[in-house]
Design a protein. Structure first.
Length: 175
C-alpha cells in the first residue's frame, strides 16, 4: 500500500509531503521520499509493483493542478525520483502496457480540447516517445490493447486557437 501525508507546518502551502509505503506483512509505514514545499498526488503503482507514479503540486494550488503538473516516477530500488512529463492529473488518462510502458496524455492548459497529445514513457528509465496527433486534433482517453501492440484514443478537435481568440476578445471588451 502507498499513501502520502502532509508534515506539520504553520504555512500549509509550503509544507512538505512524505510518500510512504506499508508492507502488508509487517504493517509498518516506510518513508520513501519527501517533497520540498509541495503536495504529492498519488497516481498509482506500476503494474510490476516496483515503482510509484505521482504528481508534484508546488504550493498545493488547485489552480496550478488544473493547468497541469509534473508526473514523477519513483522506483523502490532507487533513491531519487525522476520527472516524466507534464499533464493534467487525470488517472484515467494513463494506461500501462503488459510490458510496463506508460501511455499518457501530456500537455498543460486546463482546457481538455487544447494542446494535448500522447506519449509512451518508460517509468524505469524516463525515456519517452511523443506520438503525433492527427492534424488539427488533440489526443485524449488513451488505452493500450491487451497485448500492448496497439493503442486506442479519442481524437478531438483542437480548440486552442478558438479559445485564444475568445480570451483576446474578452480582454478587449473589458479593457
Amino acid at each position: 500500500m502507498a499513501y502520502n501525508d502532509t508534515l506539520p507546518n504553520k504555512e500549509y502551502y509550503s509544507a512538505n509531503d512524505v510518500l510512504l509505503t506499508v508492507d502488508i506483512e509487517d504493517g509498518q509505514p516506510v518513508k520513501q521520499l519527501e517533497s520540498l514545499g509541495a503536495g504529492i498526488i498519488l497516481a498509482g503503482w506500476q503494474p510490476d509493483g516496483k515503482g510509484l507514479l505521482y504528481w508534484l503540486n508546488p504550493g498545493r494550488g488547485a489552480s496550478a493542478a488544473s493547468d497541469g503538473l509534473e508526473l514523477w516516477s519513483f522506483q523502490m530500488d532507487e533513491t531519487m525520483p525522476r520527472p516524466l512529463t507534464t499533464g493534467l492529473t487525470n488517472k484515467e488518462w494513463q494506461s500501462f502496457s503488459p510490458q510496463g510502458q506508460l501511455l499518457t496524455v501530456e500537455g498543460g492548459d486546463r482546457i481538455v480540447w487544447s494542446n494535448k497529445s500522447l506519449a509512451v514513457v518508460n517509468p524505469n528509465s524516463g525515456r519517452m516517445q511523443h506520438l503525433a496527433n492527427p492534424k488539427g486534433c488533440v489526443a485524449i482517453d488513451p488505452c493500450f490493447s491487451p497485448d500492448g501492440k496497439s493503442i486506442a484514443y479519442v481524437a478531438a478537435k483542437n480548440l486552442a486557437e478558438m479559445f485564444g481568440a475568445l480570451i483576446k476578445l474578452m480582454i478587449l471588451m473589458l479593457g
